[in-house]
Design a protein around this ligand. Structure first.
Ligand SMILES: [Zn+2]
Length: 136
């Protein structure tokens, strides 16, 4: 068992490995494969196998700088999407205890205690004070 592990470590030495794009491609592969299987639409299944091939190509690649640049380009698109949905999820989870408002001056998102009525909030980032109305 230890021998296999050492062989795998020696094989992967100098290769790129896994990153965020790898996990995204993995998820895309599973989704495309399952949808393609249930609909019987063969181009989806073909695309799924292309995803899998690209995933392994990237993992085993020795051109680390190029793979890292690909991952950076992917993260530049993916991070704003992920943070948007993460904020929406937090808004739903904390809807009884907190409200989220954007500072009119610097645009940063503030998490305020959920108290009905009209209040004044101060932005911790820029110090601007602004009115907040919480209806429900
Ligand atoms: Zn501010």
């Amino acid at each position: 068992m230890g021998n296999w592990k050492n062989k795998l470590i020696a094989f992967m030495y100098g290769r790129y490995g896994v990153d965020a794009l790898y996990y995204a491609l993995n998820t895309l592969w599973i989704v495309l494969w399952i949808v393609g299987m249930f609909t019987g639409f063969w181009p989806l299944t073909a695309l799924a196998w292309l995803c899998l091939g690209y995933m392994f190509f990237r993992m085993l690649s020795r051109n680390i700088a190029r793979r890292r640049a690909e991952n950076d380009r992917f993260l530049k698109i993916w991070n704003p999407i992920r943070s948007f949905f993460s904020l929406q999820w937090r808004r739903i989870k904390e809807c009884r205890t907190a409200v989220y408002r954007k500072c009119p001056d610097c645009g940063s998102m503030l998490r305020l205690p959920h108290r009905r009525g009209k209040h004044t909030a101060a932005c911790p980032r820029c110090g601007r004070r602004f009115d907040v109305r919480i209806l429900f």
